[in-house]
Write a protein that binds this ligand. Structure first.
Ligand SMILES: *Cc1c(COP(=O)(O)O)cnc(C)c1O
Length: 426
């Protein structure tokens, strides 16, 4: 199909994320991708390929078209791409579950596989509410979180996203009303820790769980905070009988500098969600892990089953690629790669601090953020980045990057130049 024809059909029929129908601007047509480069069907701003500064929304940590992941997918495709998971099981899903249990904090022993991050968060909430119902505390139905978070776009995740200024503000009157505390400060402040303890204590009788993104809040505002607060949450949850859920869908698999952000605090949640980089960006898959206490509680209850079962649960193709992606990550010195990218981002983004309109530059692991003092002019910022040969997707007042871990120093420097250009233009 020629690009013109494809774009006309796209405009007529295809809904894109967070957009109106038809979209305000034409998307770029990607013909193929390899390593960290997206190859465009038609040149844009004189570029026929772009360095991907986004890892396709945190997921493509090993880059595109990776021979090891391709081989895992091909091998599994020849055996079977899918079978139902009710009453059947298979090696890729079992291997993946065992691997996830092995690499996540110790109390997490049981794995519920699903098809997207939002569903993994739905399952986490269902597990927590059902746990309390099963142990005779059905009033414990609400969730507590801090502001500035993002947990996905389906109904329950939306209810714990930041209720102000976020993309789900429209639904504030419709969603379940959860308990919110202020956003976590960057550094440890005893007064904020006290607010957390106080809110958990005050609402303990109605709280099923506290749910947070540990260390890095992603799509809610790209904010970082000290892991110290995770210890405060763990202690307060233990003291008051509240479950603790970590949503590691964005932070998992090394992105923040530790394999999971929970590791930076040495804290184990009762329930944990992973997704995004789980399959190295190849296929849609997510997982919800829980402790034996949670699983046993549910399984001893009046309704002793977790009533959830996505059609594509445990998809063998996705599970096989996820196993290969995790093995690939752990077989290399990924800490070194993330530190190397972190150093490159610090060096390359420092110059953005002095640009007019820039409020703050911050870097954590392989995540670089330039926050402006105004909302980004998306079209101008994106075009400026494309002119530099880089793909970026800013939102709100944020121009940010989380490159694949295989990005070379030279390409990291080019991404930084593009972030600066986008900040200057947007
Ligand atoms: C992206 C994201 C989700 C939602 O995952 P989807 O696969 O897009 O449904 C949930 N939580 C966090 C922290 C995320 O970054």
């Amino acid at each position: 199909m020629r690009s013109g024809e494809l774009l006309a059909l796209d405009r007529a029929h295809v809904w894109h994320p967070y957009g109106p129908m038809p979209g305000r601007t034409d998307p770029l047509v990607v013909a193929s991708a390899a390593g960290v480069r997206l190859r465009l069907a038609e040149p844009a701003e004189g570029r026929d390929e772009l360095i991907d500064g986004m890892s396709s929304w945190w997921s493509a940590i090993h880059g595109y078209n990776h021979p090891v992941l391709n081989e895992a997918a091909r091998g599994q495709l020849d055996r079977m791409s899918h079978v139902m998971f009710g009453g059947l099981t298979h090696e890729p899903a079992v291997r993946l579950a065992a691997k996830l249990v092995e690499i996540t904090p110790e109390p997490l022993q049981h794995v519920f596989l699903s098809d997207s991050g939002s569903v993994a968060v739905e399952v986490a909430a269902k597990m927590c509410l059902q746990y309390w119902r099963s142990v005779g505390r059905p009033a414990k139905q609400r969730l507590l979180t801090w502001r500035g978070g993002y947990h996905g776009d389906t109904w329950t995740p939306m209810s714990v996203c930041d209720p102000d200024g976020g993309m789900h503000e429209l639904w504030s009157g419709v969603l379940t009303r959860q308990v919110f505390v202020g956003p976590p400060p960057v550094e440890y402040e005893e007064s904020y820790a006290e607010q957390l303890r106080e809110a958990i204590g005050r609402h303990a009788d109605e709280l099923a769980a506290v749910i947070v993104e540990p260390v890095v809040q992603g799509a809610g505002g790209m904010r970082f905070h000290t892991p110290e607060y995770l210890r405060v949450l763990r202690e307060a949850c233990d003291e008051h009988g509240v479950l603790l859920v970590f949503d590691e869908i964005a932070t998992g698999f090394g992105r923040t500098g530790t394999l999971f952000a929970a590791d930076a605090a040495g804290v184990s949640p009762d329930v944990m969600c992973v997704g995004k980089a789980l399959t190295g960006g190849y296929l849609s898959m997510a997982a919800t892990l829980c402790s034996s206490e949670v699983a046993d509680g549910i399984s001893r209850g009046e309704v002793p089953v977790l009533a959830h079962g996505p059609t594509f649960m445990g998809n063998p193709l996705a599970a096989a690629v996820a196993c290969a992606s995790i093995d690939l990550l752990l077989a290399q010195d990924w800490q070194h790669e993330v530190k190397r990218i972190e150093a490159g981002l610090r060096e390359g983004l420092a110059a953005a601090e002095s640009l007019p309109g820039v409020r703050e530059v911050r870097v954590q692991g392989a995540i670089g953020v330039v926050q402006l003092d105004h909302d980004v002019d998306m079209a101008a910022a994106t075009t400026a980045a494309v002119r530099e040969g880089v793909w970026l997707r800013p939102f709100r007042d944020l121009i940010y990057t989380m490159p694949p871990f295989v990005t070379t120093d030279e390409d990291v420097a080019r991404i930084c130049a593009a972030v600066r250009a986008a900040a200057a233009a947007g």
